[in-house]
Design a protein around this ligand. Structure first.
Ligand SMILES: C[S@@+](CC[C@H](N)C(=O)[O-])C[C@H]1O[C@@H](n2cnc3c(N)ncnc32)[C@H](O)[C@@H]1O
Length: 446
């Protein structure tokens, strides 16, 4: 690895990050999964992992504004016409210049060297020319020419549709957009293997400082030296899981001896939480339609000491089961999880969105045949996947109070649409609760 005059490491980190970002452009997959796959089986120091992780996340988070700058510099050429790897190299250097405050000459030099190594002198001169132009873009002035929605979208690194959706929800738009840019880590104690007190001591010994939350088994991480995900106890003594996600299993309240159907279970965060709440007694039937995700979940559950789960490959919209309680945590737009998965912001496709809503409804219908008590949750903040789906389900299920002491009530009006059960459902928001944006509802067979 080469050292840079400002003390930063060059080449390796940016080059790996550009490779991962290139894959992110091509595959519908999260940043974290790509990072995990890249480092799997490689003995790389966690500081390098951390630096690459930061480049990938920070560039992905700001993609719209970085591309806005690059489009100006590339004119009349388009960013989409640039070779995918070079495009992401340009994005990284632009991020460094505008947001990391790396001197432009250093950021450009690094990108030019990588481009030369990979594609030769012509690519290197192209990168050099574009970055020289990019550094001269007066971002503030260019943004002043935009409409308010476009301006907010660029200022806080969100797509315009997201800003409009938040406005329509009637929530504090700017606060939400700002809160979406910072992530808070929560740690759930795996009470099957340790106690709250022992885990706190373990974390302190490893320089992870935590504070208590609304749930006794969940800690909020205040500071750390080595990221908690890199500690040996991860996925054994503890799970990294958002407080709002933990609230879901608590709302279903599975008890020792219950039979629970977990209809979209992988990667098993809520399954393992429920197993802990059930003290490994009773049974959880964990269903998912992804074989690969189920295999990873199986290994994870083993490591966590979970013993009461039966894993089933199946389609939650069709599967026939019988259970006392049902958790339905279906695939969703993940619009509440953009803190963790920034690429979600740039992947919105209306056709796919409506297909997902349709699938969620089919799953709700099927869940109503499986058990008496159902918790329906999403890590999405849209009205359609949440209140509107519960309204649909209210034709065949009774809506019950899901509030257990944390979160806001639901949305009662969305444009011309109305939702009469807003008091009974729960929403959490990054800007209000410092959690992911979650929706939780409780339904009962009529
Ligand atoms: C939001 S994730 C579930 C997260 C999980 N409950 C947890 O807490 O770790 C949605 C899951 O639904 C699965 N899925 C998608 N379509 C499905 C279907 N038709 N039937 C069952 N599972 C499905 C996906 O593979 C994914 O694992």
């Amino acid at each position: 690895m080469l050292a840079r005059a400002d003390g930063g490491d060059v080449i390796v980190n940016q080059e790996i990050a550009a490779e991962i970002l290139e894959k992110l452009d091509k595959e519908v997959i999260s940043e974290k999964e790509l990072l995990r796959r890249f480092f799997l089986g490689k003995n790389v120091d966690y500081k390098i992992r951390g630096a690459v992780h930061a480049y990938v996340m920070e560039v992905s988070k700001r993609r719209n504004v970085i591309d806005f700058i690059l489009e100006k510099a590339l004119k009349p050429k388009k960013l989409e016409d640039v070779k995918p790897f070079v495009r992401n190299l340009l994005r990284i250097a632009t991020y460094e210049i505008f947001f990391k405050k790396v001197p432009p000459a250093l950021a450009t030099d690094c990108a030019v060297r990588i481009a030369k190594k990979r594609f030769g002198i012509k690519a290197a001169s192209f990168v050099n020319a574009i970055l020289r132009k990019a550094e001269r873009v007066d971002l503030k002035k260019e943004m002043e020419k935009l409409s308010r929605t476009k301006y907010l979208a660029l200022k806080y690194f969100h797509p315009e549709w997201y800003v409009k959706m938040a406005e329509k929800l009637g929530i504090e738009v700017e606060e939400l957009l700002i809160a979406n840019l910072e992530n808070t880590i929560y740690i759930r104690v795996n009470t099957l293997k340790t106690s709250e007190e022992n885990l706190r001591r373990y974390l302190e010994k490893n320089d992870v400082i935590v504070e208590e939350t609304f749930l006794p088994e969940v800690f909020k991480v205040v500071s750390y030296d080595k990221p908690p995900a890199y500690l040996d106890g991860h996925n054994e003594l503890f799970v990294i899981q958002d407080l709002a996600s933990c609230l879901v299993s608590r709302t279903l309240n599975p008890e020792p001896g219950d039979v629970v159907a977990d209809l979209c279970a992988a990667p098993g965060s809520k399954t393992s939480h429920m197993a802990a709440l059930m003290e490994n007694k009773g049974k959880i039937i964990a269903v998912d339609n992804s074989k690969e995700r189920l295999e990873r979940m199986r290994a994870r559950l083993n490591k966590l000491g979970v013993e009461n789960v039966k894993i089933l490959l199946g389609d939650a919209s069709k599967i026939e089961l019988e259970a006392d309680k049902v958790l339905l945590d279906p695939p969703c737009s993940s619009t509440g999880s953009v803190r963790n998965y920034p690429s979600v912001k740039w992947r919105y496709d209306p056709r796919l969105f409506w297909k997902t809503v349709e699938l969620q409804r089919k799953m709700l219908k099927n869940a109503s045949k499986i058990g008496d008590e159902i918790v329906y949750s999403t890590c999405s903040i849209t009205f359609e996947e949440n209140e509107e789906n519960v309204l649909f389900a209210s034709k065949f299920l009774k809506v019950e109070d899901a509030y257990i002491g944390f979160g806001d009530k639901g949305i009662s009006r969305y444009g011309k649409k109305r939702f009469p059960y807003a008091e009974l459902v729960v929403r959490t928001y990054p800007h209000k609760h410092d959690t992911a944006g979650f929706f939780i509802s409780k339904l009962r067979r009529k």
